[in-house]
Design a protein. Structure first.
Length: 276
């Protein structure tokens, strides 16, 4: 099918290309979004979902059911939550924002892009230390051992809440100063874990949900939630959403028994559940 760009499409492309200048990590996502808009049937209803990277598996698995029920096409933009919040603040065409923490959501509330009273807390997550299944630290069991490692990865605290939680926990445990200079900051939590898989780092502090689906790595240590802010995923319809009604319908769908079962499958817990 030949590409057909309306004035609205060109405006979106202009916005996204400009965002790529300020958020280089989002460049691949920008290209994906541009082609999604240009190739889709103009008569098909679409919802643009800007979501934390740690939700990619759940949202992609549940998407066909929502699309079947509603006839609405879901288009996803996955990245670090703060990166996405920055894109929305700069005009990114989001209908829905799902963050891996409250800080990016608060950033958008303060700028009038989402309303605090409309925020839905979807699920919770757990922070863990992961190492390679066949590396030097396969028997890792003591958080203090991080100080003996060559390199550790966390998500960049300025780009993703996973990094905020990790830095906060390591600081409160008392070892951040000992490892900070040897800590690699990744664009998002999935990238931090990938560094373990490729052998570029000895360990990563990530979400248990990411480790549970990754190959060649495993959880070696759970980080007690008392050491960091609760890991909650807030979601909301963006104020300038093109499809606010459909957006609300999608958030309602994510709270159904079906969607909840998929969240649970990947290791997420209901906000009503207590994670120890």
């Amino acid at each position: 099918m030949p590409f057909s760009f309306s004035g609205k499409h060109l405006f979106v492309i202009f916005k996204l290309v400009n965002l790529a200048i300020f958020f280089p990590f989002a460049f691949i996502t920008v290209i994906t979004v541009v082609f999604s808009f240009s190739c889709a049937n103009p008569e098909t209803q679409r919802i643009m979902v800007f979501s934390a990277a740690s939700l990619v598996d759940v949202l992609q698995e549940t998407a066909p059911e929502f699309e079947k029920q509603t006839g609405t096409k879901l288009i996803f933009n996955f990245a670090g939550s703060q990166t996405l919040a920055g894109e929305i603040s700069n005009g990114g065409p989001a209908d829905i924002f799902i963050s891996a923490g409250h800080s990016p959501a608060r950033f958008l509330v303060d700028r009038g892009h989402i309303k605090e009273e409309n925020i839905l807390e979807l699920v919770e997550n757990v922070l863990v230390v992961a190492t390679s299944d066949d590396g030097e630290y396969v028997n890792f069991s003591d958080i203090a051992e991080l100080a003996n490692m060559h390199r550790i990865a966390i998500a960049d605290p300025d780009l993703a809440p996973a990094g905020e939680y990790a830095k906060e926990a390591l600081h409160n445990i008392g070892i951040w100063s000992a490892i900070s200079r040897r800590t690699i900051l990744a664009a998002d939590v999935r990238t931090a874990l990938a560094y373990v898989q490729t052998g570029d780092v000895d360990a990563a502090v990530v979400y248990i949900t990411d480790v549970s689906i990754a190959k060649g790595v495993s959880t070696k240590l759970f980080i007690n939630g008392m050491h960091h802010t609760p890991i909650v995923y807030p979601a909301a319809v963006v104020e300038n959403a093109r499809e606010p009604v459909l957006g609300k319908e999608y958030l309602d769908f994510l709270t159904t028994a079906y969607a909840s079962s998929v969240f649970e499958k990947y290791g997420f817990a209901s906000v009503k559940e207590k994670i120890n």
